[in-house]
Design a protein around this ligand. Structure first.
Ligand code: HPA
Length: 277
């Protein structure tokens, strides 16, 4: 499994979408997948129709890729992602975003549902990710390096593009959503964190916790693509409230934030497809 499989998948996306190339991609996180279904004139491609593509199994992820036109440029919207906790290798976890990069995407926008760690974060907040802490000891670049993808020791000091974050501020303003930034901490899951782990994250400077996004961001930094990301705070992280964390509340919060998320993403998409400054 390697570069050739990614190329075959990228070629299939071009054929099935009828678009030779795409400029940007967006990955919709837990409970946010519906955004794509309402897009006008989207070409829907089931993941199962794309060679080598891993297909998600978790509830709330449907596994469809949408090809859309944004001001004359192609964009891909991934509804459904696969996670490490399902048993997928990290090669599979990053397969979709690497394929997007090979279809021509210079920018990939990652979204997720996350637990809020920092005091002041509230359920429903849409927080821009400014950096991450990889708490898993796992890395999608583990193993032999393929130079066609990137260098052996890639820099990740601007993994969440500063330039794109300043454009995100403008999109937030237009959407009437208050802008906040935070550090996302990756745990593999599927168990949620303990209160002691959350206290550790807080002391180390993490604002959010979740089970995705970081492997994709690393794989894209390797390919020198521009990444932006936001977390929807779906719950307060363990110990921050006296309630247990449940998958149901995560999905319910995503449902409630849907219109705000749509307002924001509608304003982000044109900025994502435009050539980076
Ligand atoms: N922890 C980890 N992942 C999550 C959480 C959480 O509290 N909420 C949504 N995804």
């Amino acid at each position: 499994m390697g570069y050739e499989q990614l190329q075959e998948a990228a070629a299939a996306i071009a054929t099935l979408s009828g678009r030779e190339s795409h400029s940007a991609a967006m990955v919709l996180g837990s409970g946010l997948g519906d955004y794509a279904a309402a897009l006008p004139d989207a070409v829907a491609i089931p993941y199962a129709d794309i060679p080598h593509f891993p297909t998600p199994k978790v509830a709330g992820h449907s596994g469809t890729l949408y090809s859309i036109d944004v001001g004359g440029r192609g964009a891909l919207v991934f509804s459904g992602r696969v996670h490490f906790y399902e048993g997928w290798s990290l090669f599979d976890v990053v397969f979709g975003v690497r394929t997007a990069a090979l279809t021509g995407c210079h920018t990939v926008f990652l979204t997720n549902a996350a637990g809020g760690v920092t005091k002041g974060l509230a359920v429903g907040d849409l927080v821009a990710i400014k950096d991450h802490i990889n708490f898993t000891g796992q890395n999608p670049l583990h193993g032999p390096n393929d130079e066609r993808l990137g260098t052996r020791f890639p820099d990740v000091s601007d993994a969440y593009s500063r330039g794109l974050r300043s454009e995100m501020i403008a999109a937030y303003e237009e959407a009437g959503v208050s802008y906040q930034e935070g550090v996302y901490t990756w745990f593999t899951g599927p168990s949620y964190e303990t209160p002691a782990e959350i206290e550790l994250v807080r002391r180390l400077g993490g604002d959010l916790v979740g089970m995705s996004t970081v492997p994709e961001a690393i794989a894209l930094a390797h390919m020198r693509r521009r990444v932006g990301a936001i977390s929807l705070v779906t719950n307060l992280a363990a110990g921050a409230s006296d309630q247990p964390v449940t998958h149901k509340e995560v999905q319910e919060a995503a449902e409630l934030a849907k219109s705000k998320f749509t307002e924001l993403v509608d304003r982000l998409l044109p900025r994502l497809v435009a050539d980076p400054a």
